[in-house]
Design a binder for this molecule. Structure first.
Ligand SMILES: [Zn+2]
Length: 118
């Protein structure tokens, strides 16, 4: 797959982003937060993700080891992305692919992740 540039945002539109990804790996994870929020993440290098609007409209949510910093719109509550780091310390952005404009989840190849047992 080749990388494409996508735009997207939260439901109310206050938080907007632009990103470049090939969507080759989209998670279908069984951990508590992905299950309850219906999250499907694609992992991007920070340089491939630009917040275009709504920086001040984000609320951060932390749990467990606080390793992943979940970012949700204060107004509509939609989680747009999360920030974290790989085991080697490399910063990574986990994008909620459901926030990409016009995305059709059923057309994406999902990769099962056993987050519940990690
Ligand atoms: Zn919103």
């Amino acid at each position: 797959m080749t990388s494409k540039t996508f735009t997207g945002g939260c439901h109310c539109g206050l938080v907007r982003f632009e990103c470049t990804t090939d969507l080759a790996m989209v998670t279908a994870c069984n951990c508590s937060i992905c299950t309850k929020k219906g999250l499907h993440f694609a992992f991007l290098a920070p340089k491939d993700f630009q917040l275009r609007a709504g920086e001040d409209n984000l609320r951060e949510y932390l749990f467990n080891k606080h390793a992943i910093r979940h970012q949700s719109c204060i107004d509509c509550g939609v989680e747009v992305f999360a920030r974290g780091s790989k085991p080697d310390g490399t910063e990574v952005v986990a994008l909620n692919v459901s926030c990409i404009d016009g995305i059709e989840l059923a057309k994406l190849a999902m990769t099962a992740i056993d987050g519940r047992n990690r």
